[in-house]
Design a binder for this molecule. Sequence first.
Ligand code: CTP
Ligand code: CA
Length: 224
Amino acid sequence: IGAALKDGPLNGKRILVTSGPTHEPIDPVRYIANRSSGAQGAALAAALRDLGAEVVFVTGPADVPPPSGVDVVPVQSAQQMSDAVEAALPVDVGVFAAAVADWRVASASDKKLKKSRDGLPTLAFAENPDILKRVSHMTQGRPGLVVGFAAETDDVINHATAKRLRKGCDWIVANDVSPATGIMGGSENAVVLISEDGAEEWPRMGKTQVARQLADRIAAALVG
Ligand code: CTP
Ligand code: CA
């Protein structure tokens, strides 16, 4: 592991992967975040690397370490992730596996909020940039293939199909993260690959296996 295969099918391709959660500061010691281990994004970056791609891995503060042999760009907030993605372009493929916080605290405090001073704090929110949507709608220099992710808790295929159209991406990798599935935070995943051709349900398998199959599909799409 580590070095890209010199003659892999993704040799010469530059691929961006976003991964992990983002942390949106409330004050210097507190933040708001989505639940995400970063495991699926890291596995995907490793699988793309193993097929010979040059991988730019833009990652929020994840539980799992980034894979070796990729260009790691660590970020904290959605705004920082957006800036890092901008800086990484142009790429042949963009894979957006990060669990980006939809909102940030409108005016984060530069001093720690104190419990006793003014009673309960009230947080006002501002909307974060939608990184996937922006890249999908680029008129110049759009990646040839844009892949989004969708973690849903109900009606997965319908929600994710609508999301693909709303975001303007080519594929959505959707999964059911309702607590009963036990997928959130685990080592397995059961995904549905949604494209203009419809929804393809994959059997439940390890996240590494999901990553390998997705990487193979990406390689096949670039050839075809
Ligand atoms: N995404 C992004 N930037 C954001 C929010 C989401 O790039 N600010 C990307 C995620 O990385 C993922 C996809 O968009 O690939 C879908 O994220 P999701 O949270 O499911 O979509 P939303 O449009 O935010 O819808 P929801 O209201 O269900 O959260
Ligand atoms: Ca969201």
